[in-house]
Design a protein around this ligand. Structure first.
Ligand code: F6P
Length: 404
């Protein structure tokens, strides 16, 4: 008998059901003696042994259904080692559930936080396979995550709709796009929707540049301007703050989000009326787009293959269009940012998109503050050392240039 536990954790997205269907169909294509234990609401179900037994029939007809048939919840990694309100040791509880049910493995679908816990469970001796879920596409070790293309589709549709109304009014429109600390969704939706200005966390913006672009468009007879702004977008000034200073600033900010702060600054700088649209969780809702249906089916089937071969301790990722096994310890805790020097950014600039920066501005990853803002818990000591050495070398070069 093969006993598989399955759970979906963190924020939901499109194609979670499609991915689970891929796993189950893949397994049943090779074996009949399989038991599937579906844990409710993410790690919570594993901690409190809240599960339902599922059959292959439960996974029929869910390829196109958004959300997750298992439910999900956010269980922060940093609290996993902290006992619950009744003193329960959550990690021990998860291990207990796993062994009590004699599971052969866990299939865990999730994003960054989820992967840290999945890796910890692996270190604790459980057999784990993970699938890359998040609209943010910020998981290390994979070119793609499912949910991303669907979210880009929704965000693009929002920009498209704003476009038609924008042409009737001389206004500035801001569309605030999800993505947490990274700008992948905004960048893709911004290009696809023909935004004039795209602001992402990886390229700190200068409000004067934004004002110049808007005024420049007006002078050229284009009375409206559309900005696609990542929820994590950051100004040049804020990028220079330390991580703590920036957190404090966010905590005391009078605006609900970055779009509102920007709107006020743009109105002041240009005298133009600004309107804000925040599609928010619509970006995670609805049916997966065909790309996500295919991709999630593939990673699901690959996970099934790995289970059948007893290959555990990996995330299924994608590299050069092929499904690959990425060791969990390499994935856990790292974020995949947009590379400000990548060709996509260069090409976006060539088709007229402004990123709110000036030529010659340093990309975010090289400014002192951005390093602070961007450091993730999982940055390994080695990586930190390398970063510091790079920074020191740069400063030394600058200094010796000055002296010359
Ligand atoms: O990680 C997915 C995501 O949608 C982010 O883009 C966003 O910042 C966050 O989740 C929103 O989380 P919640 O659903 O908990 O409000």
């Amino acid at each position: 008998m093969l006993r598989i536990g399955m759970l979906t954790s963190g924020g939901d997205c499109q194609a979670l059901n499609a991915a689970m269907r891929g796993v189950v169909k893949g397994i049943f294509s090779a074996r009949d003696d399989v038991e599937i234990y579906g844990f409710q609401d993410g790690y919570k179900g594993l901690i409190y042994s809240d599960f339902k037994m599922l059959t292959s029939r439960d996974f029929s007809g869910i390829l196109t259904r958004g959300g997750t048939i298992l439910g999900t919840s956010r269980q922060p990694f940093k609290l996993m080692r902290v006992p619950d309100e009744n003193g329960l040791d959550k990690v021990e509880a998860m291990k207990h559930t796993y062994h009590k049910l004699s599971l052969d493995c866990l299939v865990i679908l999730g994003g960054n936080g989820t992967h840290k816990t999945a890796n910890m469970l692996r270190e604790e001796g459980l057999n784990v396979i993970t699938l890359p879920k998040t609209i943010d596409n910020d998981l290390w070790g994979t070119e793609m995550t499912f949910g991303f293309q669907s979210a880009v589709d929704v965000a693009t549709d929002t920009i498209d709709r704003i476009h038609t109304t924008a042409t009737s009014h001389s206004r500035v429109f801001i569309i605030e796009v999800m993505g947490h600390k990274v700008g992948h969704v905004t960048l893709h939706a911004g290009i696809a929707g023909g935004a004039d200005i795209v602001l992402i966390p990886e390229i700190p913006y200068d409000i004067d540049v934004i004002a110049d672009v808007i005024q420049g468009r007006s002078a050229a007879g284009k009375s409206f301007t559309i900005l696609a702004v990542a929820e994590g977008a950051i100004s040049k000034e804020d990028a220079k703050l330390s991580k703590k200073e920036y957190k404090d600033k966010l905590a005391s900010r009078k605006y609900p989000s970055i779009a509102y702060e920007l709107a006020e600054q743009i109105e002041k700088a240009t005298g133009k009326e600004v309107r804000i649209t925040v599609p928010g969780h619509t970006q995670r809702g609805g049916s997966p787009v065909p790309y996500d249906r295919v991709f999630s089916s593939r990673v699901g089937a690959k996970a099934a293959d790995m289970i059948l071969n007893g290959q555990y301790g990996y995330m299924v990722g994608m590299k050069n269009g092929e499904t690959v096994m990425v060791p969990l310890e390499e994935v856990a805790g790292k974020l995949k940012f947009v590379d400000p020097k990548c060709s996509l950014i260069k090409e976006a600039r060539m088709v007229g998109i402004s990123f709110g920066d000036r030529e010659g501005d340093e990309p975010a990853e090289e400014t002192a503050a951005a390093e602070d803002v961007r450091v993730t818990e999982a940055d390994t000591k080695k990586e930190k050392k390398e970063k510091k050495a790079k920074k020191d070398k740069k400063e030394k070069n600058k200094k010796s240039k000055k002296e010359k």
